[in-house]
Design a protein around this ligand. Structure first.
Ligand code: ZN
Length: 162
């Protein structure tokens, strides 16, 4: 990571949670039969994510998260999988909106349904790192868009740049 990128400081409890997701990302085994594959890249920090999505009856039935990046980007994606799997797409879109709001307004009260993602609230005070946190979510939205448009583009992958 470039030296010029500031490192937010977190309360001890939050720091532990972020590092735990970073070191042991949830749902990191790539889905082999994904309906949609969406990739995201954040050139500011060098973060890369790969999401593989399966849908069933308007819900995200399964989701895997992979890629490389800083602890914030990895923790955000890992926490996202825990929160999103099994939920109807419209609920996930609302959660995504809430998360984006949390990341752009440091004074915004964090809704309880964001769960562990609350740990990332401190990132909002570091605009240059916000993209690390939002990358996985914006990539997910791209994946949803692709689903709405009827499947994978030529080459099979949706690409998003923060
Ligand atoms: Zn990053």
């Amino acid at each position: 990571m470039p030296q010029s990128i500031p490192e937010p400081e977190f309360d001890e409890l939050y720091r532990e949670l972020i590092l735990d997701h970073y070191r042991n990302p949830r749902h990191s085994e790539p889905l082999s039969d994904a309906d949609v594959v969406a990739e995201g890249y954040n050139p500011l920090c060098g973060d890369e994510v790969e999401l593989r999505l399966n849908f069933e009856n308007g819900s995200v039935s399964d989701l895997s998260f992979g890629g490389r990046g800083c602890s914030i980007s990895r923790a955000s994606g890992s926490m996202m999988t825990d929160l999103v799997i099994g939920k109807p797409i419209e609920d996930v879109r609302r959660l995504s909106e809430q998360f984006n709001k949390m990341m752009t307004d440091p004074d915004n009260e964090v809704p309880e349904e964001l769960g562990d993602l609350e740990a990332l609230q401190g990132v909002a005070k570091f605009p240059v790192r916000v993209k690390c946190a939002t990358l996985a979510w914006h990539t997910l939205e791209d994946g949803f868009k692709q689903r709405d448009e009827g499947g994978l583009p030529p080459g099979g992958v949706v690409r998003h740049e923060e």
